[in-house]
Ligand binder design. Structure first.
Ligand code: COA
Ligand code: ZN
Length: 298
């Protein structure tokens, strides 16, 4: 049997939150619809954070109200505090993804929290999500390195994973927010998290800032991880991380995995078309390789 790898499309959230372009709600909904046409079934469609902190996500409630609910897609909302969780529940998010942070300075700048504050906030918010019957996932951001503090202790990552499991998180992503991971460290941190939080499903979230993202995806898959975050066109970045660039591109991940004999359920041709559409709407070049080189065999 062919092994299936599920891609969580994060373009509409991680991708757009830091892009210089200002898409209208209508354009975001068109982006989402195009991704659904390409076969995307799980997608971060917006975040419920302070509109002052991230103005590009200020219309997330309108985006969630506008998505076509007759489609099978699960729309994931990102939240970092109780207010965000309540707004995400009101918006009828199909899943809520909480953000834990593995390092102090990035944590304070991104969300005004230390790593332990973020774990405490998760413990406070998780019952709200679970009582609403909504699947709860979490991402440990800067799990491989912090743009201000440098190296991130693997013990902190393991400890946050254990607390996430205790809070009732079903799926946990290790986030390389600033693109500093290497395949060997990916393996070490996956092993550590599996030891500390054996009951959570693992997902990986890589940015391609230093060119290692596809290698990191390949290693995660070799380690048995079945769920990978990616953004169409490779757009994205974090407003609170200097020099952070885009997520690994969905079409590049799909190409690599399908060449390798895995199944993703995504239509590579439609993803490339969407990346080209995105390039026009954003009005700047995008990073993905497949959108330039095209598929092989043609
Ligand atoms: N949604 C909308 N507004 C929110 C909010 C939320 N989830 N949480 C807080 N606010 C508002 C408060 O109502 C308050 O508004 P006011 O100034 O008009 O009274 C203001 O933000 C400050 O609230 P406070 O609880 O003190 O939050 P904070 O200033 O400590 O900020 C966060 C905490 C998490 C809300 C903020 O840092 C944030 O939104 N960060 C976004 C990080 C992000 O999205 N990064 C990229 C993805 S990881
Ligand atoms: Zn990210």
């Amino acid at each position: 049997m062919t092994r299936r790898i599920d891609i969580v499309e994060v373009g509409p959230r991680d991708g757009l939150q830091n892009d210089p372009a200002n898409l209208t709600t209508e354009q975001k909904l068109e982006f989402i619809a195009r991704l659904e046409e390409a076969g995307v079934r799980r997608m971060e469609s917006g975040s419920f954070v302070s509109p002052k902190a991230v103005p590009k996500m200020a219309d997330s409630a309108a985006v969630f109200a506008g998505v076509d609910r007759s489609r099978p897609t699960r729309h994931i909302a990102l939240a970092l505090n109780e207010k965000g969780v309540r707004r995400a529940i009101d918006a009828k998010a199909d899943e809520i993804n909480f953000v834990l942070v593995a390092s102090e300075t990035f944590g304070m700048r991104n969300q005004g929290m230390t790593p332990q504050d973020s774990a405490d906030m998760l413990a406070q918010c998780a019952p709200l999500v679970l009582e609403a019957g909504i699947p709860l996932s979490a991402t440990i951001s800067v799990a491989f390195g912090d743009p201000y503090d440098g190296e991130v202790d693997i013990k902190v990552v393991g400890n946050l994973a254990a607390q996430a499991q205790r809070a009732g998180v079903g799926e946990l992503a290790l986030g390389d927010t600033i693109g500093v991971a290497d395949p060997w460290d990916v393996r070490k941190r996956i092993d550590r998290v599996r030891m500390e939080a054996p009951d959570v499903f693992l997902r990986m979230h890589f940015h391609d800032t230093r060119g290692a993202a596809l290698a990191n995806v390949a290693t995660a898959v070799e380690c048995g991880v079945d769920v990978i975050d990616a953004s169409c066109g490779g757009i994205g970045g974090c407003p609170f991380a200097p020099a952070a660039t885009g997520n690994v591109a969905t079409e590049d991940v799909v190409y690599m995995l399908e060449r390798g004999g895995f199944e993703t359920g995504l239509d590579l041709g439609k993803l490339i078309e969407t990346a080209h559409w995105l390039e026009k709407v954003l009005d700047h070049p995008i990073a993905s390789s497949l959108s330039k080189a095209g598929r092989f065999p043609a």
